[in-house]
Design a protein around this ligand. Sequence first.
Ligand SMILES: C[C@H](O)[C@H](O)[C@H]1CNC2=NC(N)=NC(=O)C2=N1
Length: 102
Amino acid sequence: MTTPHKLTGDDRANALSALANHGWAEVEGRDAIAKRFTFDDFNDAFGWMTRVALVAEHMGHHPEWFNVYKTVEVTLTTHDVGGLSNLDVAMASKMDRFADGT
Ligand SMILES: C[C@H](O)[C@H](O)[C@H]1CNC2=NC(N)=NC(=O)C2=N1
């Protein structure tokens, strides 16, 4: 398991701008990022959540998420460091790759 380090300064700004290209946005009032994933149906949504859950457990880093039918709203932040960390960036890119099927 990787130890999280809080993102600050240029590292944080660069990460946020790369994430913004993939649909991630900062959450107002929290040091967190969020994205809504929309799938073809519930089976695809829950299949994706299952794959992400296995990776999350392996990483020791867990998303906040809310599923209704084929959409999953995700918020990523790191409680252990009180904000956005390298693990949130890693998790966001895993989620994007799994959703692309790559
Ligand atoms: C001990 C355990 O690894 C930690 O509590 C992990 C678990 N999952 C976590 N997930 C998230 N999102 N943030 C954390 O700080 C965090 N901490």
